[in-house]
Structure formats: structure tokens, C-alpha cells
Design a protein around this ligand. Structure first.
Ligand code: ACO
Length: 422
């Protein structure tokens, strides 16, 4: 076999030839020769946990496709709701399918009054909106008891619609509460993104009219963030989903994973870094300090992309359109200078560190008026469709419960010592 590896067990001299399929070898094959032997792979860097037909990512070539469609084409020609349909169904919708999908999502945007009154309003006045979102998504499972019926296609689909539809409402509610503003009910005459902006910013006007350029820019950002194959939060979704928990509980776990600064919080770290640098003149010294090991260049580098993140290219263009409306974010010049120097510096070039999706997204969000605490929330809204596509796929695959092995490095057996004798 040309595309194969041979494993030899030197203890017995036995060997086995295993085909390389899609760039990997199957554990089911090598365990035939080495039963009971396992691989140590902290962070699952070299382990494919599942098969997936949703997103294709080639980090070497900088390629990202949802269901086969290049991200560049989707960002230019599609809308977030259409992309959400594509992720969930595997195909782009016909006009009729799209109208029905849009109608369903639009008419499920309302949340139960008790989610708001008894639950969201019970938070402390300075609660972080992402903490509120994580908890509110988990709380939804107590409102939809049919969600436990995960192998009933009708019930499953209903929860998918509810989650995609209610995420912006919960996000808007979390923001309004955290700044002491009254809750804004969804306006079903608006499209998905404009409706979210209304729930964020509406004050006394009868109908909030979002600036179409800003609404479109946010929609593009939603498309870019909708899925990214087996990232930390999607893996959390699959891990919890594999225990057959309801989708709200699994989505809450995924949102919690997204809350961490290494994942959904990186664009906030970029803004803090740019603010700290303060001016273009300080950029070279900052780069030198990073190279000397004092911190990282936030928004640079990626576990999978070893070339320019294709999403960062699109976001850079979107930023120009947004700044035409909002005025330029004063931190942009510092970001451009940082990118310029880093891309020609041996340290970054040799490690293949390029701007990732977070390098420019925070600048856009900030220019649009979103507080930094909302950045991970803005990520969670569109990623919900990706999480649910993976959850559905996992259930259809009838996959095993996720239960990895560990490398035990603890104490040898020892006898219990009474407290008085310790
Ligand atoms: N700035 C400076 N040096 C870096 C950076 C960076 N941003 N990222 C990696 N390096 C260096 C490391 O110091 C290491 O150098 P060494 O070989 O001399 O020790 C080398 O590059 C490899 O780094 P690792 O940490 O092994 O790379 P890994 O793939 O584990 O990390 C990560 C990827 C976490 C994204 C990293 O690049 C990073 O911390 N970036 C900054 C934070 C960030 O932007 N996160 C957003 C990721 S995208 C997302 O979640 C949506």
C-alpha cells in the first residue's frame, strides 16, 4: 500500500500495515496489534475525535469552507441566516426553504417572561454579560422539557430553531441589564442582525433603524464566526452532547468554553494590548518585548492556521467599510503598524505567526459601540448554529460517549493516616 504506515511491536516482532485515510490512521486498526496501549496527546493536538462533514479547514493553505463553500464567497454573497441553514441542513436553501427558515427563526426570538424577570433580573448589577448568557442558555433547558427527547427529529429541530433565534435576545438582554437599561423585546419586522442591534441600542424611538452598513458588517462577522470545525467550544459541545444531555445544557457548556481568554476572549486582549501600546512610535519596542518573551502579540498565531487566517483578510476589508460610517478607530493605525512589522520580522515569520480572526474584529466591535464584555457574547450568537450542526451530526453518527484515557502521574499506593497522626 503506498499510502500506509507499518507499526511493529518490538516486544513480539508482530507488525501491522495501516492505511492512511484522509491524512490520518484509524485507532481501531492499530489497537488490533496493540490492544490496551494508548497514546498520550495532551490538548488533543494530534487526535481526530470525530468524522465531520461540516467545515473544511486547511491551516497550511489558509482555506476555510462551510459544507464545501469557500468562506470568501459566503461572506460576500450570503447572509448569516442562510449560512446557519447551510450548516444545519448541509445544503443552501431554495427560496421557499429560506422563507420558511427565516419565518421560524423570526417567530422564536421571544424568551419566556420568567427567563427575564425571575432569572436574568436576579443577577448582581455588575454581572458580566457572558456569564449571564452561559447561565441563561442552561436555564432554557428547564423551560423546554421536550428538549430531552433528542432522538425525536421534530423536537430536535424545534430546539435548534429556538436556540439560534433566542441567542440574540438573551445577548441583548444581558447587555441591557449590565448597563441598567430596560429590556427591548424582539421586533419581528426586522431581519436577524438588525433585530439584534435594535435589542442592543433602542431607546425611545418607536422602531430602531440600524445603519445598513453596520448591520451588514455585523452579519459578515456572524458568517465568519459561525463555525470553525473542532475548536475548543465545539469540542465541549460534542463532549457534553455525547452524554446525550439536552442541547441547551450542551450549548451552555460550549458557551462556557468560549468565555475563556484563550478562545472567545482574544479580541478583548487585542484591544487591551493596542490601548497599552498607546501610539505608533511605541510599536517597535513592544515587538521587541514580545520577542524577548514578555507576553504574546495578541491576535497573532493559531493552532491550525500557519498562514494568513482567511477570515482576518475579510475582516480587514469589513473594518474599512465600518470606519467609513463610525469614523476610524484610533487604535487601527497601531494595529496596522504591528502587523506590518511582525509580518517582516524573522521571529514571527519563522514561527509562521499571522493575524488571526481576532486581530481586527475587536476594533470593529469597539467602533460600533459594543463594550468589550460583549465581545465573547457576539461570538456566541453565530457560533450557536455551528455548535448545533455538530451536535446534530454527532447524534446521527451514534457516536460513543467521549471518555479519553489519562497518563497517571500521581502517588503510589499508600495507607490512610488518621488526622491526628499527620
Ligand atoms: N506572539 C508571540 N509569540 C507567539 C505567539 C504570539 N501571539 N503565538 C505563538 N508564539 C510563539 C510561541 O512563543 C512559540 O515559540 P517557541 O517555539 O520559541 O517557544 C511558538 O510561537 C509556538 O507557539 P505555541 O504556543 O506552541 O502555539 P499554539 O498552537 O499552542 O498556540 C495560540 C496557538 C494559543 C493561538 C497562540 O498563537 C496564542 O497564544 N496567540 C495569541 C492569542 C490569540 O490570538 N488567540 C486567538 C486564537 S483564534 C480563536 O480562538 C478564535
Amino acid at each position: 500500500m503506498a499510502e500506509s504506515i507499518t507499526i511493529t511491536d518490538n516486544r513480539t516482532g508482530d507488525s501491522i500495515e495501516i492505511p492512511i485515510v484522509n491524512g490520518g490512521v484509524s485507532a481501531a486498526e492499530w489497537t488490533k496489534l496493540l490492544p490496551g496501549l494508548w497514546f498520550f496527546d495532551a490538548g488533543l493536538v494530534s487526535t481526530a475525535m470525530c468524522e465531520s462533514a461540516i467545515t473544511y479547514l486547511d491551516g497550511e493553505a489558509g482555506i476555510l469552507r462551510y459544507r464545501g463553500y469557500p468562506i470568501e464567497q459566503l461572506a460576500e454573497k450570503s447572509s448569516y441566516l442562510e449560512v446557519a441553514y447551510l450548516l444545519i441542513h448541509g445544503e443552501l436553501p431554495t427560496t421557499e426553504q429560506y422563507e420558511s427558515w427565516k419565518h421560524e427563526i423570526t417567530y422564536h426570538t421571544f424568551i419566556h417572561e420568567n427567563v427575564r424577570k425571575r432569572f436574568l433580573e436576579g443577577f448582581h448589577y455588575d454581572a458580566h454579560p457572558m456569564g449571564m448568557l452561559v447561565s441563561a442558555v442552561a436555564a432554557l433547558s428547564t423551560f423546554y422539557l421536550d428538549a430531552k427527547d433528542i432522538f425525536n427529529p421534530e423536537s430536535r429541530y424545534k430546539q435548534i430553531i429556538r436556540l439560534i433565534a433566542k441567542m440574540p435576545t438573551l445577548a441583548g438582554a444581558a447587555h441591557r441589564f449590565s448597563v441598567g437599561m430596560p429590556f427591548v423585546y424582539p421586533d419581528n419586522s426586522l431581519d436577524f442582525t438588525a433585530n439584534f442591534l435594535s435589542m442592543m441600542w433602542k431607546v425611545a424611538e418607536p422602531r430602531f433603524e440600524a445603519n445598513p452598513v453596520l448591520a451588514k458588517a455585523l452579519d459578515v462577522l456572524f458568517i465568519l464566526h459561525a463555525d470553525h470545525e473542532q475548536n475548543c467550544s465545539t469540542t465541549a459541545m460534542r463532549v457534553v452532547g455525547s452524554s446525550h444531555a439536552d442541547p441547551y445544557s450542551a450549548c451552555a457548556a460550549a458557551s462556557a468554553a468560549l468565555y475563556g481568554p484563550r478562545h472567545g476572549g482574544a479580541n478583548e486582549a487585542v484591544i487591551r494590548m493596542l490601548t497599552e501600546i498607546g501610539s505608533i512610535e511605541n510599536v517597535p519596542a513592544f515587538i521587541e518585548s514580545v520577542k524577548a518573551g514578555h507576553g504574546r502579540l495578541q491576535g497573532f498565531g493559531h493552532r491550525v492556521y500557519k498562514s494568513y487566517d482567511p477570515r482576518a483578510k475579510i475582516i480587514k476589508r469589513t473594518a474599512d467599510e465600518v470606519f467609513e460610517v463610525t469614523g476610524k478607530n484610533p487604535l487601527l493605525d497601531i494595529a496596522l503598524k504591528l502587523e506590518d512589522i511582525a509580518l517582516s520580522d524573522e521571529y514571527f515569520v519563522s514561527r509562521r505567526l499571522y493575524p488571526n480572526v481576532d486581530f481586527y474584529s475587536g476594533l470593529i466591535y469597539q467602533a460600533m459601540g459594543f463594550p468589550m464584555e460583549m465581545f465573547p457574547v457576539l461570538f456566541a450568537i453565530p457560533r450557536t448554529s455551528g455548535w448545533l450542526a455538530h451536535w446534530q451530526e454527532l447524534l446521527d453518527q451514534d457516536s460513543k460517549i467521549v471518555r479519553p484515557r489519562q497518563l497517571y502521574v500521581g502517588a503510589e499506593p499508600r495507607d490512610y493516616v488518621a488526622m491526628a497522626a499527620r
